[in-house]
Design a protein around this ligand. Structure first.
Ligand code: ARG
Length: 581
């Protein structure tokens, strides 16, 4: 494992154990980046406090026992008691060489692989996907890819909203229009918002229609075959629409990953019964409710999770409780990551609390809500079209590509692309821009959807990183070489080479961080920093015109390792990297 932080952490722990006793073997050595060295270990400060000694003395004792001669050129105590560590150039070069030669870029696979459900996208049938779904789709896909790369067994789960009372009116509306309306792609059903709104309007204004719709819900819940068939027609039309969005964005979800709310329908009653039998759910005002401790309303009154309504119907919470139960009892997962909008935070906290009361989350299964912040327009309000309607995703993506084309034509690019090549590059730039913009900010922060910022070829953007990768490839093309043939050896001779090589060693740590709390922006930050240190290298260290053959071979190897790390990192974020730009 070449990650400098982990290597040093282990050595400092060994020194702590040697100096202060075996109980310190797994103390946190508090390793941080350092201004004056490569890293610093700050453990002496808290430790001195605990031991009632002087921090610098404790630090000196750590240094005395620290066995790092093989990898550092200097260790010194500085300031109030920091242990500053500077790596040997030889060590950095040799570790970077390992990155170059290793298929996984020297990222170890998880020692204890987990089975992880990553639930994301989860749009609603017969409704348009909105920018909120876009963000959970993009962020969720990156989380799934990262966990998979680290060797976990990932179960992608698209929890589509495909059940509930609206389906009565939707089915009746479909019958009124004629079923052919859902058959073709340019059908009225393909304009899902219009279809939904028309059904809603009729429901609100036409008593006869409303009556039919209510009966239809009853028939659907009773499993009437003809009704279920019509329901399926709507579900299939929506799936076709979801898939066009997924394909366009390069999302890895397939139909096989769909386990919608309807999937859990038969489990709702048994779930409610189990909660009642365990005494967790009780009848209150005719409804079956659970009251997880710690959740209270404005007046301090306990807040209910309604499991079964007084009319006998189940609701959203019941469905999510049945889902937890199924994933634990049947799928036997270790971890569930719910990539869902932050506004549903209370819902999930309460559902998880009830699930814990029921003992479903006791056996070591963790459930976490990976909150997704709202997507706002440049006016700071929820994103809407100029006319005030919900923004249609496909139109949004079309606009991204159009604007990407304008920006792309401004950059200095390689010669001689035909129209088809240009079109495919511009498509990748547009999608990459939209996706990277979603991924580069902390997923739970609100985020402003701003085309101008995301499509720039400068700054922390998708296009900048795609271009950085394409520029490295063009060095190899100019030299008549293939990146795969760059063999090194990597020898550090310049400060900028050293910084680049050192950063290459941190890829695994960045992935671990991204995986730990389901935070792809940690990986985005790493990749952006990599492009920045590479740029400094590129400006200071000629590659093809290097002073001698050894230096040239070493620099080409650094370029190749950077390229592969960049492409792999962006690939795990789901951002495509065109071969040429
Ligand atoms: N379909 C829901 C929506 O569009 C999201 C579902 C979230 N997942 C869940 N298990 N409740 O808001």
């Amino acid at each position: 494992m070449p990650d400098p932080q982990l290597v040093i952490a282990a050595r400092v722990q060994a020194a702590l154990a040697a100096a202060f006793g075996p109980s310190y073997a797994d103390a946190d050595p508090v390793i941080r980046p350092s201004q004056f060295a490569d890293l610093q270990a700050n453990v002496a400060l808290p430790l001195a406090k605990k031991l009632g000694r002087k921090p610098r003395e404790v630090a000196a004792e750590i240094v005395e026992r620290l066995d790092v001669a093989d990898l550092t050129s200097g260790v010194e105590v500085s300031g109030p008691g920091f242990v500053n560590i500077t790596f040997k150039d030889d060590w950095i070069g040799a570790q970077a060489q390992r990155v170059l030669e290793d298929e996984r870029l020297a990222v170890p696979a998880a020692a204890a692989p987990q089975k992880v459900v990553v639930e994301y996208s989860s749009p609603n049938v017969a409704k348009e996907m909105h920018v909120g779904h876009l963000r959970t789709t993009i962020v969720g896909d990156a989380i799934a890819r990262i966990l998979e790369f680290l060797g976990h067994e990932v179960v992608r789960d698209n929890h589509v909203g495909d059940w509930g009372t609206p389906f009565g009116m939707l089915i009746e509306h479909l019958l009124d229009l004629g079923e052919e309306a859902a058959a073709s792609d340019d059908s009225s059903v393909s304009d899902l918002t219009a279809f939904y709104q028309a059904a809603r309007a009729k429901f609100d204004s036409d008593e006869e229609f409303a009556g039919r719709s209510r009966q239809r819900v009853v028939a659907l819940q009773a499993g009437d075959p003809e009704t279920v068939r019509l329901w399926q027609v709507l579900v299939d039309a929506s799936k076709r629409y979801f898939n066009t969005v997924y394909e366009r964005l390069g999302i890895t979800l397939t139909d096989a990953d769909i386990k919608g709310e309807s999937f859990y329908n038969d489990m709702l009653a048994p779930t409610a019964e189990e909660l009642e039998a365990k005494g967790i759910a009780v009848i209150s005002d005719g409804a079956l409710c659970a009251f997880p401790p710690g959740f209270t309303g404005r007046e301090g009154e306990p807040l209910p999770v309604i499991i079964r309504k007084s009319d006998g119907g189940f609701n959203y919470s019941t469905s999510d409780l049945a889902t937890v139960r199924y994933r634990v009892d049947t799928e036997h997962v270790d971890r569930m990551v719910y990539v869902v909008g932050a506004p549903q935070s209370l819902h999930f906290q309460m559902v998880f609390a009830v699930a814990r009361m029921a003992g479903w989350l006791d056996g070591g299964t963790v459930a976490e809500h990976a909150e997704i912040g709202n997507v706002l327009g440049t006016d700071g309000k929820i994103l809407r079209t100029r006319a005030g309607g919900t923004v249609k995703l496909i139109e949004l993506l079309d606009e991204a590509v159009e604007r990407a084309g304008v920006e792309y034509d401004k950059i200095q690019r390689e010669e001689g692309f035909d129209e088809a090549t240009r079109a495919s590059i511009v498509e990748a730039v547009g999608m990459g821009a939209v996706k990277y913009a979603d991924l580069s900010v902390a997923r739970d922060s609100e985020y402003i959807f701003d085309f101008d910022r995301m499509i720039a070829f400068r700054g922390n953007t998708g296009p900048y990183l795609q271009y950085a990768a394409a520029r490295i490839r063009s060095i190899f093309r100019k030299g008549g070489l293939a990146p795969e043939d760059a063999a090194g050896p990597i020898v550090i001779g310049h400060e900028a080479e050293r910084a680049l090589a050192l950063h290459l060693l941190g890829f695994g740590a960045a992935l671990e961080q991204a995986a730990a709390n389901a935070e792809p922006h940690r990986l985005a930050g790493y990749v952006f920093e990599l492009a920045s240190v590479y740029t400094t290298f590129h400006e200071n260290c000629p590659v093809l015109k290097a002073p001698d053959e050894e230096t040239k071979a070493s620099r080409l190897a650094l370029c190749a390792a950077t390229l592969r790390t960049l492409v792999t990192g962006l690939g795990l974020l789901g951002v495509p990297t065109p071969e040429r730009m």
